[in-house]
Design a protein around this ligand. Structure first.
Ligand SMILES: Cc1ncc(COP(=O)(O)O)c(C=O)c1O
Length: 419
């Protein structure tokens, strides 16, 4: 296997020749395309489906499309065959090319980006290596943030003698409500130094108005760490639109790269407050990569990143967001009319994403959500996941992928009616 053959990608665009070009060519709008079952059937044909169940739990990690999987397997074979002769001589250059593809797709500079194994590694390094926090300072997170990240922010505060504040957000909210809640918290806590803001919540897919919140934080000198783990690929955006200095990403969710791929972004000029990884040197504070130490890692997973981006872009980032929003709306529109079901997530379209949650009215304990997930699986053949950590209680998350169909969503609606 020649290295060039997978570095240049499997030419996913050749498999879906016009997928990313329909708009430019005066084809249907993303909204029209979102309902075009012929188009999405072609996309779905590039994925293997889960056997034995309707899988509506794709917020965990994203399945690789077949061309990406093939590139990954080819890379695995090549790395194994060539071993250290490849890894010692050529991997660094290829990893740099993958890093630059990530940066390019997000609209930032290569040196502002570092590849990590997941969003958690990026977040943990940012927090553990943050050197601008001390006693008398405060940190902020919200109930909608990722449970482990809330715990790590609270740990950081405790370790540095700082105060931590948890913002509680209603189970459904719109952009203005969310902005007002964060702005009021900034006003009420002038000792704030660091805040965590999640772009898309893992619990119910709520989209936070990150750019508006970050602008307020910046005015007050508060560092924002943006958790974009669930958002990149689910939503179509470029990183500068968010206006944050630091952000963490997964490529193994909605970008569809192999499991074990994530990224850390640090804007040029913002590195001084975060120390390099222990024992790494960056005297000029110019290297985001010095904040991470990957050590021996899954070479092939990194080599397949450009292939995943190729496939993602060939479907079209905006098309994908619109399709996922459409599939979500097929069940939320129905569920919102059911008296026994409470839907969690957005109140206005910008606050919704492709994923959302529900529970039976009045049943919000951890055990209620666990039981409901099991009932959905055993009685209705629908796989979901129980989510915990919201101030309003636990819920069951529904996360369709691009290869799910309106028929899958109809099956979900029938199950909700029968609950
Ligand atoms: C919002 C959010 N943040 C962070 C993570 C952590 O991702 P990972 O386990 O890949 O580091 C997840 C994973 O589900 C998530 O949804």
């Amino acid at each position: 296997m020649k290295r060039r053959s997978f570095l240049s990608g499997v030419a996913a665009s050749a498999l879906l020749p016009k997928a990313g070009l329909l708009l430019a060519e005066g084809g249907p709008s993303t909204t029209e395309l979102a309902r075009d079952e012929t188009f999405w059937a072609k996309v779905a044909a590039r994925y293997d489906r889960t056997d034995g169940i309707v899988n509506l739990e794709h917020g965990y990690w994203g399945k690789m499309a077949r061309p990406v999987q093939e590139a990954y397997l080819s890379a695995t074979r090549m790395v194994n065959q060539q071993n250290s002769y490849y890894a010692r001589r050529e991997f660094d250059k290829d990893a740099l090319a993958a890093r630059d593809r990530i940066a390019g797709a997000l609209g930032v500079n290569g040196d502002e980006m570092a590849i990590t194994r997941n969003a958690s590694e990026a977040m943990h390094n940012l927090l553990r290596q943050h050197r601008g926090l001390g006693s008398g300072d405060a940190v902020l997170y919200a109930d909608v943030d990722y449970p482990n990240f809330k715990a790590t922010v609270a740990w950081l505060a405790e370790a540095r003698g700082a105060r931590s504040i948890e913002l509680k957000i209603p189970s459904r909210a719109d952009q203005d409500m969310l902005f007002t809640l964060y702005r009021d918290a900034l006003d009420a806590n002038p000792d704030l130094k660091v805040m965590l803001v999640t772009h898309v919540s893992n619990q119910h897919g709520l989209v936070l108005p990150v750019a508006r919140i970050a602008a307020e934080a910046k005015k007050r000198g508060v560092d924002v760490i943006c958790d974009s783990a669930q958002s990149w690929g689910l939503l179509d955006y470029r990183l500068p639109e968010l206006g944050v200095d630091w952000a963490v990403f997964n490529l193994h969710k909605w970008i569809g790269a192999p499991v074990g791929t994530g990224a850390l972004y640090m804007r040029r000029g913002s590195l001084e407050k975060v120390a390099p990884y222990p024992a790494m040197k960056d005297p000029e504070n110019t290297s985001t990569e010095a904040r991470v130490h990957l050590a021996t890692t899954n070479f092939a997973a990194i080599l397949a990143i450009p292939d995943a981006l190729d496939f993602h872009l060939s479907v079209g980032a905006a098309n994908k967001e619109a399709r996922l929003r459409y599939l979500r709306s097929l069940w939320t529109a129905e569920a919102l009319r059911m008296k026994h079901i409470e839907v969690l997530g957005g109140l206005d379209e910008p606050s919704w994403s492709g994923l959302a949650s529900f529970r039976r009215v009045g049943e919000s304990s951890r055990q209620d959500a666990i039981d409901l997930q099991l009932q959905m699986e055993r009685e209705f053949g629908i796989f979901t996941v129980a989510r915990h950590g919201l101030a309003s209680g636990s819920c069951v998350r529904i996360t369709p992928q691009v290869f799910n169909t309106p028929a899958d969503m109809k099956k979900l609606v029938s199950a909700l009616q029968a609950l």
